[in-house]
Design a protein around this ligand. Structure first.
Ligand code: DX5
Ligand code: ZN
Length: 224
């Protein structure tokens, strides 16, 4: 049986009450807190930086999953590692040296991951699998919460699942497969069936008053 993680994205939380929102969603059953960093350069939107991450760290009693949508990447890695990030992921298009950026994350003591946009080919993972703890597949184009799940992503999830299973067979190294964008209780089972084990959800959780009910509905869908 697969163990699943639900990672609420605080992009859809109330920014005026972020600490309380993090506590509330953890009390509601969040496994990770997904922290979307946007720079109005790599993506057309602007959110928060490492100082906000550091301020939220005391509230985050579960792993802090930092998704960097910034260019360039490397200086932000160091800042977020110091701010208390547990997992740091970035987009390969946003750095000139993918292997070096991954090493920076690992050397800082964090878990590392690459994020693939809907049209980014899977082969970018090929030569860096040994440095990956997580692969994050975008099921929307990055930049905004509340977009619709791109169905074509399901095929890509299966392809990456096969690659990661094959690599696990060869190396014994387990790499998580996280999916981000448009995930809701009514499609999470299909995303899991394609091979994902970790699910980011922003609007589907924070868009409703009862976070626990939303997370419970997702877990029920996962349990089949
Ligand atoms: C998009 C972000 C996502 C987003 C997901 O660029 O990376 O994490 O917050 O939001 P929903 O679940 O609303 O699609
Ligand atoms: Zn994200």
């Amino acid at each position: 049986m697969t163990d699943y993680r639900i990672a609420p994205s605080i992009l859809s939380a109330d920014f005026a009450r972020l600490g309380e929102e993090v506590s509330a969603v953890i009390a509601a059953g969040a496994d990770w807190i997904h922290f979307d960093v946007m720079d109005n350069h790599y993506v057309p939107n602007l959110t928060f930086g490492s100082m906000v991450c550091q301020a939220l760290k005391p509230y985050a009693t579960v792993p802090m999953d930092v998704h960097l949508m910034v260019e360039p990447v490397d200086a932000m890695i160091e800042a977020f590692a110091r701010a208390g990030a547990d997992i740091i992921t970035f987009h390969p298009e946003a750095t000139r040296h993918i292997d070096r950026s991954l090493s920076l994350i690992k050397d800082a003591g964090c878990r590392a991951g690459l994020v693939l946009n809907p049209a980014t080919p899977v082969y970018v993972l090929e030569h860096v699998l040994d440095k990956l703890d997580v692969v994050l597949l975008m099921s929307v184009n990055p930049g905004f919460g509340g977009q619709s799940f791109i169905e074509q992503t399901l095929v890509k999830i299966s392809q990456v699942r096969s690659l990661l299973d094959m690599y696990y067979g060869e190396s014994g190294q387990r790499i998580l497969l996280e999916v981000d964008g448009g995930i809701k209780a009514d499609n999470i089972a299909a995303v899991a069936a394609a091979g994902a084990d970790t699910f980011v959800a922003g609007s589907a959780i924070f868009g409703h008053a009862d976070y626990a009910a939303q997370i419970a509905a997702m877990r029920a869908a996962l349990a089949g």
